[in-house]
Design a protein around this ligand. Sequence first.
Ligand code: NAD
Length: 328
Amino acid sequence: MDDTREAQRVLAVDFKTPLKNAVESLQGKTLLVTGAASGFGEAIVTAFTKQPGTAAIIADRDMARGQAMERTLCEAGCSVKFVEVDVTDWSSVTRLFRSALVWLRETYKQDRTIDHIVTCAGVTSENLDVTPVQPDDFLDQKTESKPPASRSINISITGSLYTITAAMRYGMGLHKLEDIATRSDKSITMLSSMAGFSGMHLQSDYTASKWGVRGLFRSLLSGGEMDASPVRFNLIAPYFVATPLTEAWVPHLQNMGIKLADIGDVEAAALRFMGDKLIDGRAAGIWQGGAVDLRDDFAGGFGSSAMSEGVDSGVLRQPTTWISKARM
Ligand SMILES: NC(=O)c1ccc[n+]([C@@H]2O[C@H](COP(=O)([O-])OP(=O)(O)OC[C@H]3O[C@@H](n4cnc5c(N)ncnc54)[C@H](O)[C@@H]3O)[C@@H](O)[C@H]2O)c1
């Protein structure tokens, strides 16, 4: 990271004091969100496209939801395009960026590229089956050997890696930005989770995937490839929020007194990260009461003190048996 860029960094974001012009500065910008047809992605695209002159690409593997969302937003006068993608498949991801650029050229008749990316695509995991098998049955091959689930690892880690790489190579017009020492308008925001700072019972694949996304985030910040890039990287790590992803768990979580976080705070943090050019390398924890800067850096003990504050104030529970096997 060059000195100019380092010196400009905001060392902690005060989410309680919104930057007045952060959202207005999104006017005329272009956003691509993966996993955009539902939950956080849908909320972020919908909020973004309220700003005049914006364009957004809804990237998701769910065609029915994606096309319905495209119709609704187009009818409301927004400029959006749905593109089907499976983020775990490299050729599907490169097709996504090709389709996005073709649409932007055809619609705007100019060399418009993507300014902001948010990687929301994600799924929960299955229980890890570690039931011991009789050695004789195993040796006689009587038991079918099923590999453990790794869907979440593939979607969150490989999917984020593919999306970010393709975005920076092909989608964001970075070949034109010569002065990399100047803070850019371009940003990538990655979705991790509170599970990426702690652990989540019966969600091994999911928990590993969210630590993995955070590992990717930390690696991208630490220099190397990114020294030559003007893109700002930030991370959002929500606690439980009611979305289609968690809808089966929500009644159970509420019965247990788990304090759900608000989707509006996820949306606001994403817009702030995109619109505030001085924010680079920050991680937002989203829990009941709003967003907090998790201080996921050396000075902040990589989030440990902020997590302790969350537990002490009662908004976070220690990872424990909060979801019973029967309910997954
Ligand atoms: N809801 C929560 O409580 C919560 C908390 C922390 C983190 N998160 C994370 O936030 C992100 C969004 O979650 P959400 O609650 O909005 O979920 P959601 O289920 O509402 O939306 C996820 C979207 O990702 C899409 N998707 C899944 N696999 C895909 C693939 N291979 N390619 C392309 N798209 C794919 C789905 O079709 C869906 O539209 C996820 O990464 C999730 O892990 C959610």
